[in-house]
Design a protein around this ligand. Structure first.
Ligand code: KMH
Ligand code: ZN
Length: 272
């Protein structure tokens, strides 16, 4: 089996410091948190920028600052920026983060309900994101919240805007979108074209069981405060690194080795 790629989603756009006091917000906090997760075994950092008061921002300057601060620490983790932003960000704000030149960026492959909101990803915006990433040599990670989103991504392949093999991330358990039972994961994995890679990001209580299954199924895993703030029911996690460390221990116990960032680049076809 391929080595395991662990992605850490350190901040997200929805969680607050009130909910999780150890949530990293500023570029300094995000860089330090990413550095600790990298030391613990993460090879991709999925990043959302925030303003100092915690408001989500898609400002390319803030993203560039986060990237610079991570690299200043000598950390070679794959930096993945979110083009998803927050549900209320406009498409032109969301796409800006690509100008800060991440190695990877997310591409949400369709619209869905998202709690009490709607997460909008029109066909024309998906095409624009794919085109911009292609021009800039940024590896897309296809975010799938609903099964039809796989088809949407494959339509972009047919149009020549995305290339196979793609890397997918199944975000399961968002209220309003697909749930996160094991059969949901297996169903989605079976839909992927040969040669594609995938990870799973289970929301809340779905995070751990889905991660454990992904480890033994040969997929990859995303954990972090964006998706889940608890270590176990009723007990907040002390840090993002704590969640990464647990995945490393479980993988070790079942004989799945952990990919370094350079090994992850090879698995994902990223040229540095
Ligand atoms: N915050 C969600 C509305 C992504 O990062 O690309 C979208 C999201 C997906 O988090
Ligand atoms: Zn995100």
């Amino acid at each position: 089996m391929e080595k395991l790629i662990i992605t850490v989603a350190v901040t997200g756009a929805e969680v607050t410091k009130q909910q999780q006091p150890n949530l990293p917000i500023t570029p300094d906090e995000i860089a330090e948190d990413v550095y600790r997760c990298w030391k613990a075994g993460a090879s991709i950092a999925h990043i959302h920028a925030r303003l100092p008061d915690g408001t989500p921002t898609q400002s390319k300057e803030v993203y560039a600052e986060i990237k610079r601060k991570i690299r200043e620490k000598g950390c070679d983790i794959i930096i993945q920026f979110s083009t998803g932003g927050a549900v209320w960000h406009k498409p032109e704000e969301r796409i800006q983060c690509l100008d800060a030149e991440p190695e990877m960026a997310t591409l949400s492959a369709g619209s869905c309900n998202f709690g009490d909101d709607v997460f909008m990803n029109s066909p024309s915006f998906m095409e624009l994101l794919a085109m911009r990433m292609k021009e800039k040599g940024i590896k897309p990670e296809i975010e799938v919240f609903e099964p039809g989103m796989i088809e949407n991504a494959l339509r972009l392949v047919k149009k020549g805007l995305l290339e196979l093999p793609l890397h997918f991330d199944f975000v399961l358990g968002v209220p309003g979108a697909m749930t996160g039972n094991i059969e949901d994961l297996v169903f989605l994995v079976n839909k992927l074209p040969e040669g594609c890679t995938w990870s799973v990001a289970g929301i809340g209580r779905y995070e751990l069981p889905l991660a454990v299954h992904a480890i033994v199924m040969g997929g990859h895993v995303r954990v972090g405060f964006e998706d889940n703030i608890y270590y176990r029911k009723g007990e907040l996690a002390t840090s993002n690194a704590q969640l990464v460390e647990r995945i490393v221990r479980i993988a070790h116990e079942v004989g799945r080795e952990i990919a370094t960032p350079d090994e992850a680049r090879k698995i994902l076809g990223i040229r540095r």
